[in-house]
Design a protein around this ligand. Structure first.
Ligand code: SF4
Length: 213
């Protein structure tokens, strides 16, 4: 896994995650990020900021419908709006230190799933936990590190953490690199020719995905 990390870091460069300067923006970004490209998350966060919803007090006060409209670009915006409201009501959690106990508290909030809780822990609370998202799953399956794409979130997370030194910087960077690789090359239809992992990947596909389009 460290070899993959080195290859990706050399070829794609440091990703500088989490890509928002404020703590509020990082928290909102982590809640809106699952299942959507970062460019869409950015649009949604910008909509909130332009509307003056740039703190949890204003999120608490905002009409649910209005909040949903503002974050519509982030897909599953109804569930994510409820998650934002739930987090705004429990802003006391934001004063805590990262820990497994905090993870359980985050998971107890409505519409906060494992990926969101782990993103918050890793990038906001700076607690070393790996995020076992769908990009990571797809890349490691195609690369040949895991046998099935149906692996559970918990099993993939355990595999990742057992394969890496417990280092916050590596965890933060590697997840960001996986997301970048998934957006650039290892898409649903892979673009393998330019992929930095292509020389070792088991499922390299050199067909041009744009052929016949
Ligand atoms: S070579 Fe292709 S299948 Fe393998 S990781 Fe890269 S893009 Fe994905």
């Amino acid at each position: 896994m460290l070899e993959i990390y080195d290859i990706l870091l050399k070829s794609l460069g440091p990703q500088g995650w989490w890509p928002h300067p404020t703590r509020f923006g990082k928290i909102v970004g982590a809640i809106l990020a699952p299942a959507v490209k970062w460019s869409n998350v950015k649009k949604a966060v910008t909509n909130l900021e332009k509307a003056g919803l740039d703190n949890f007090e204003s999120i608490k006060e905002a009409e649910l419908n209005y909040l949903e409209e503002l974050i519509r670009p982030s897909i599953y915006f109804r569930k994510k709006a409820l998650a934002l409201k739930a987090m705004a009501k429990r802003d006391d959690l934001l004063q805590q230190k990262g820990s497994n106990a905090l993870r359980n508290e985050l998971l107890a909030l409505p519409n906060i799933g494992k990926e969101t809780a782990d993103s918050l822990l890793l990038y906001v609370f700076e607690y070393p936990t790996m995020i076992a998202d769908s990009y990571t799953k797809r890349i490691l399956y195609r690369y040949g590190f895991i046998q099935t794409e149906k692996i559970s979130y918990d099993d993939l997370q355990m595999f990742l953490e057992a394969s890496l030194p417990r280092d916050l910087g590596i965890y933060q960077e590697l997840h960001a690199l996986f997301v970048r690789l998934g957006e650039l090359h290892c898409r649903k239809i892979p673009h393998c020719k330019e992929c930095p992992l292509s020389s070792r990947c088991k499922k390299i596909d050199l067909k041009d995905p744009t052929e016949g389009v």
